[in-house]
Design a protein around this ligand. Sequence first.
Ligand code: APR
Length: 252
Amino acid sequence: MISGMEQQLRPLVARLRAARAVTVMTGAGVSAASGVPTFRGPEGLWRTFRPEDLATPAAFARDPALVWEWYSWRRAKIASCRPNAAHEVLARWSQETTRQVRVITQNVDDLHLRAGTRDLIRLHGSLSETRCFNGCAAGVRPWRDEGAAAPDCLPRCPHCGGLARPAVVWFGESLDASDVERATQAVSCDVFLTVGTSAVVYPAAGFARIAQARGAFTAEINLESTPASPLVDLSILGPAEDVLPAIDQLVL
Ligand code: APR
């Protein structure tokens, strides 16, 4: 390991050792090493696809087959991906009993779940779940569904028979109130880590500032600087799949 990095990590390691409550918020960058495309990176999804055509309720109402085709492609993509070292470190931390480690994610790929993360807070839903597009009372609760949607036989709500949609949060939609509530509680912690997110999408992008205002030591891990970098106590430039295992080794 590069000693320069070790030196830079020291203040964070000291805080993690003393912490009773740690919260880690992740974005697409934490899954990049697993082969899941990010959104705004060089090969990012929003460089190739227009969110307004694929990730809004209006886009779905206009052309549900097109939207399902895209989400089926993404489902197949993540089905071929495996959790990486970053997911594994966070899963192990979340299982500890000596201190409370909570993981908040913006990712819809469920790789944190597959790595064994406990009590994961998923802000933007899951690609592997489906729910009723009409929002019928019974169909609001998502059900597990990893399959591809056949263009001539789109998924239907088993309760009202209406169209079903991927259970992810689309642009212009509000997040699930209970997820936001859990995340807002988790932001009260001793150490808050933001990992692999461009820090431009709210409410997630606002959590580092709230955590800091509540007294947490805040740190960011990213390949490049983001709007959160000048705000946090420590900005670490490096790949999450290398930096998190390095931190884990130093904390032990
Ligand atoms: N390690 C650490 N950071 C990385 C890595 C890596 N291996 N690879 C990429 N990154 C960083 C990029 O530098 C970028 O800052 O991860 C960030 C990914 O940013 P986005 O693609 O914007 O993804 P994210 O921040 O998760 O997007 C937030 O926007 O499109 C919506 O709902 C979608 O949840 C998503 C939200």
